[in-house]
Design a protein around this ligand. Structure first.
Ligand code: HEC
Length: 99
């Protein structure tokens, strides 16, 4: 009552921050794809899609889908053919991040 600063409130907040930072580090280690680079490369996709279109889908699923669209029987409309496999991986990372 006499102490305005309540330490039990501050400690969990700090723990959450530490967890968020360590998760960000893990995400960077687990994926070779670069979502920031993907944001620029996704320009051709963004003429039809919004960045948040595939939120909730994994990077691997998006990458598998977009690779499958190069098959002749794919119903997906054509997109920039000049994208390499590494470009598509970056784009998948960008869409999986959702922004
Ligand atoms: C000319 C318009 C157009 C462009 C360009 C385009 N798409 Fe699409 N995309 C569509 C349409 C329409 C669908 C829905 C039909 C389908 O599922 O095949 C779709 C579906 C998808 C889906 C499946 C969504 C689901 O149901 O889970 C993914 C993933 C996707 N696009 C990724 C991409 C990526 C990545 C690019 C850029 C490399 C791209 N698209 C470029 C029009 C486009």
């Amino acid at each position: 009552m006499h102490n305005p600063g309540n330490p039990t409130v501050k400690i969990p907040a700090l723990r959450t921050l530490a967890l968020a930072v360590s998760l960000m580090g893990l995400a960077g280690v687990c994926s070779a794809a670069d979502a920031d680079a993907g944001a620029a490369k996704a320009a051709s996709c963004l003429s039809c899609h919004f960045a948040g279109d595939f939120v909730g889908e994994s990077e691997a699923d998006i990458l598998a889908f977009i690779k499958a669209t190069s098959a002749p029987d794919s119903e997906h409309p054509p997109y920039d053919e000049g994208l390499s496999e590494a470009d598509l991986a970056d784009i998948a990372a960008f869409f999986a991040r959702g922004e």
